[in-house]
Design a protein around this ligand. Structure first.
Ligand SMILES: Cc1cc2nc3c(=O)[nH]c(=O)nc-3n(C[C@H](O)[C@H](O)[C@H](O)COP(=O)(O)OP(=O)(O)OC[C@H]3O[C@@H](n4cnc5c(N)ncnc54)[C@H](O)[C@@H]3O)c2cc1C
Length: 397
C-alpha cells in the first residue's frame, strides 16, 4: 500500500470505519489489486472486457445486488455497498459501472417492482453473476428527458409488443435480461398509457443489440444500443409494481448513491499516484512535491477528497436510517463527481507529460469521469434538482 494513501486521510476518517466494514474493504481491495488492477490498462486500451468472467467473480465476492435482501443477495448496509463501489472504482469507473448496473439498476428493478416469479427466476443467478442484466431507459432522442421516450408497448391479446430503440445501455450486448422501459398505449377501457418496465430476454425474436465503438471514456465497459423491432412478450414479462417514470427514477436513485461513493475511489487512486509521482520526480534539483505550486494543488485536491468522503458517509448514514431524500442524492452526485473530476484533471497536470499515458491511472480516471458526470442524470440535471429544492421553482422546462 502506498504511504500516500495514509497521508491522504487528513480527517482521520479511517479511525471510524467499523471492523466488519474494514474487513470488507480489505477483501474487495485485495481482489481489486490482484485481479483487476493488473489488467485494467489492457482492457481500457483494447476496449475489450471479459465481462462474463468478471461478473461471476464479482458474484463470488458477494457484491452483486449486495444491498438487496433475499434471493441470494447479502442484505448489506448502504455504507457497505458504498465502500465496495469506492474500491472497485479505485481501479476503473467502467468496472464499477458493471457492478452498479447489475445490482442497482437491473436487480433493483426486479427486486422492487417484479412479481415473485420474476424475482425467483432472475435474482439468484444475477447475484451469482451467472446471469447479467442491463437497464434500458435512455434513447437517442430522450436522454435527460426520459418522459419523451418513443419506445412503445402495444397490447395484442394478452401479449405486449414492444417497438423502439434504447441507446447508451451499459452491459447491453452481454445481458441475459434487459429491463426495458416503454410507454404503453391508452387502453380500450380508457386507462391512460404510462411508462412500464418489461423483462426482455436475450434471444427474443426482434430483439438485437449493437455495441457503441470508438469511445474515449468508459472503455472498460460494454455500451450498446438495444433495438426492439416488434418484440412480442407474454403478459407476465411486465414488472407489475412500476407504473410511470417513478419506476425507472427509483432505480436511478439507487445507482446514483453508488456513484457518490464510487468516485471517491477514482479520485483517491489518482491522488495517491500523483503524490507518489511528485515525491519521486525531480526537477531543478529537488522533488516537484517540494514546490509551493505543487503543494497548493495537492492541498486543494486532498481537502476536496476528504470532503467528498464525508458527503458519502453522511449519505450512507441517511440511507441506512431510511431517511435519504432524492435531493440529497443529487447533492452527492453533483458535489462528488465534480470534485473527483477536478481532482483528476489537476492531478494530471502534476504528472506532466507522463500524465497523458495509461502508465498512470490519472487521465484514464478523468476521461471515465466525463461519462459519470453525464450518466445517471447529468451534472446540470442535478443542479436543477438542487435549485428546485432551494427555491421551490422547477427550472426543467
Ligand atoms: C457510457 C455511458 C453509459 C450509459 N449507460 C446507460 C444505461 O445503462 N442505461 C440508460 O438508460 N442510460 C445510460 N446512459 C445514458 C445517460 O444516462 C445519458 O447520456 C444521460 O441521461 C444524458 O442524456 P443525453 O446523452 O441524451 O444528453 P442530453 O439529455 O441531450 O443532454 C445534453 C446536454 O444538455 C443539458 N440539458 C438537458 N436538459 C437540460 C435542462 N432542462 N436544463 C439545462 N441543461 C439541460 C444536459 O445537462 C447536457 O449537458 C449511459 C451513457 C453513457 C455515456
Amino acid at each position: 500500500m502506498s504511504d500516500a494513501l495514509g497521508r491522504l486521510d487528513l480527517l482521520a476518517l479511517d479511525d471510524d470505519v467499523a471492523d466488519e466494514n474494514r474487513l470488507l474493504r480489505s477483501t474487495v481491495r485485495k481482489f481489486a489489486d490482484d485481479r483487476l488492477r493488473p489488467n485494467i490498462r489492457d482492457w481500457f486500451e483494447s476496449g475489450e472486457l471479459p465481462a462474463r468472467e468478471l461478473a461471476q467473480e464479482f458474484g463470488a465476492l458477494g457484491v452483486l445486488g449486495m444491498h438487496l435482501e433475499g434471493y441470494g443477495c447479502q442484505g448489506s448496509t448502504a455504507t457497505q455497498y458504498g465502500i465496495v463501489c469506492a474500491e472497485i472504482e479505485a481501479v476503473d469507473s467502467g468496472l464499477r459501472s458493471l457492478v452498479s448496473v447489475q445490482g442497482s439498476l437491473a436487480m433493483y428493478a426486479i427486486h422492487a417492482y417484479g412479481s415473485e416469479e420474476q424475482k425467483q427466476r432472475w435474482l439468484p443467478g444475477m447475484a451469482e453473476g451467472t446471469s447479467i442484466g442491463c437497464f434500458g431507459l435512455t434513447e437517442s432522442d430522450a436522454g435527460s428527458d426520459p418522459g419523451s421516450m418513443r419506445t412503445r408497448a402495444r397490447r395484442d391479446g394478452t401479449d405486449w409488443v414492444l417497438h423502439g430503440a434504447k441507446m447508451w445501455i451499459t452491459n447491453g450486448s452481454i445481458a441475459d435480461v434487459a429491463v426495458v422501459w416503454a410507454r404503453t398505449e391508452d387502453e380500450a377501457d380508457g386507462t391512460k398509457g404510462s411508462v412500464r418496465g418489461f423483462l426482455v430476454e436475450r434471444g427474443t425474436p426482434g430483439f438485437s443489440t449493437h455495441d457503441v465503438h470508438h469511445k474515449l471514456s468508459l472503455r472498460a465497459s460494454v455500451t450498446s444500443e438495444l433495438v426492439l423491432d416488434d418484440v412480442r412478450l407474454p403478459a407476465d414479462a411486465m414488472l407489475p409494481g412500476a407504473r410511470g417514470l417513478s419506476g425507472p427514477l427509483g432505480c436511478l436513485t439507487e445507482a446514483r448513491y453508488g456513484i457518490i461513493w464510487g468516485v471517491t475511489g477514482s479520485a483517491r487512486d489518482a491522488l495517491t499516484a500523483t503524490i507518489d509521482y511528485a515525491c519521486s520526480r525531480t526537477q531543478f534539483g529537488r522533488p516537484i512535491a517540494g514546490f509551493q505550486l505543487t503543494q497548493k494543488k495537492l492541498a486543494d485536491m486532498a481537502v476536496s477528497l476528504n470532503q467528498a468522503q464525508l458527503v458519502a458517509r453522511r449519505l450512507g448514514d441517511l440511507k441506512d436510517a431510511g431517511q435519504i431524500k432524492p435531493h440529497q442524492i443529487s447533492f452527492g452526485k453533483f458535489a462528488n463527481v465534480r470534485a473527483a473530476l477536478d481532482i483528476c484533471r489537476d492531478a494530471r497536470s502534476i504528472l506532466g507529460g507522463s500524465g497523458i499515458t495509461t502508465e498512470y491511472p490519472v487521465l484514464r480516471h478523468a476521461v471515465n469521469l466525463e461519462t459519470v458526470y453525464t450518466y445517471e442524470g447529468t451534472h446540470e440535471v442535478h443542479t436543477l434538482v438542487l435549485g428546485a429544492q432551494l427555491t421551490g421553482l422547477d427550472a426543467f422546462r
